[in-house]
Design a protein around this ligand. Structure first.
Ligand code: ZN
Length: 257
């Protein structure tokens, strides 16, 4: 697995910095801010060798041009992206070699249509999933449909339970407050709130999460569960009894929570 360090940026972004014990160089995921990465390169004396992008939003791509001008590194991203600095266009199912390890590309449209994730299968697997799967949440649907986002959740459910989930934002406490509103009697959610509050009180990241944890606490990964469907029914004052309607209802509910 990669050694992964968070480089905090803006209010609540993490630029993930990847290194590997058996391969020189560092790779960054979604460098919205070049200065943060330049400082990490200077402080560590590890050269930047590649940039991975999950989607086109400026808080994920804003530093790319400056970093490419400075370090002449390849930029991996979706072949469908409107972002112009991508030199290595990727499509669903492709495998790329990063720091000597094979990453599998999955198209996960919903938050944006060009959204992709990068998955490393290993004893402890890792996924870099941008603004799609958050700790106890999922990305807002700016460009895609609830059905697309629900399909992404189905993909995440196929990954090993111990897969480490590296999303881009420190949204965990707000997401957990919503998850608790959906499932007030879910003890895993309450326990995770306590743990994350403690981490945040020491200014530490609550990430990575894991697929196993998300299956227990994330309402968007739990839309097939009765309690979640009942909460969706109560909130919308309708009779919701399937996964897609429940997912759609709670995604809309979260927008105004
Ligand atoms: Zn985004």
């Amino acid at each position: 697995m990669f050694t992964v360090l968070p480089l905090p940026a803006f209010n609540d972004n993490y630029i993930w910095m990847l290194t590997s014990a058996d391969h020189p160089g560092m790779v960054v995921v979604d460098p919205g801010d070049a200065d943060v990465v330049i400082k990490a390169v200077n402080d560590s004396s590890i050269p930047l060798v590649a940039i991975l992008l999950t989607h086109h939003h400026p808080d994920h791509t804003g530093g790319v041009k400056q970093l490419v001008d400075l370090f002449s590194v390849p930029v991996y991203g979706s072949a469908n992206s409107p972002f112009k600095e991508i030199s290595q266009p990727l499509t669903d199912g492709m495998q790329i070699s990063i720091l000597g390890k094979a990453l599998v590309i999955k198209e996960i449209p919903g938050h944006t249509l060009d959204h992709i994730s990068y998955y490393l299968a290993d004893e402890t697997s890792q996924i870099f999933c941008g603004d799609t799967l958050f700790l106890a949440g999922c990305g807002r649907l700016f460009e895609g449909s609830p059905q697309q986002m629900l399909s992404n959740m189905d993909y995440f459910k196929t990954l090993p339970l111990n897969t480490q989930v590296y999303c881009t934002h420190e949204y965990s406490l707000a997401n957990l407050a919503f998850a608790h509103a959906v499932e007030p009697t879910n003890a895993d959610i309450s326990n995770t709130i306590v743990r994350c509050e403690e981490l945040r009180s020491r200014n530490l990241p609550t990430l990575p999460s894991s697929i196993g944890q998300e299956l227990k606490i994330n309402p968007f990964m739990r839309a097939e569960i009765c309690d979640v469907q009942n909460a969706a029914s109560n909130h919308t004052k309708s009779n919701i009894n399937n996964q897609l309607d429940a997912f759609t209802a709670i995604r809309e509910w979260k927008n105004s929570f």
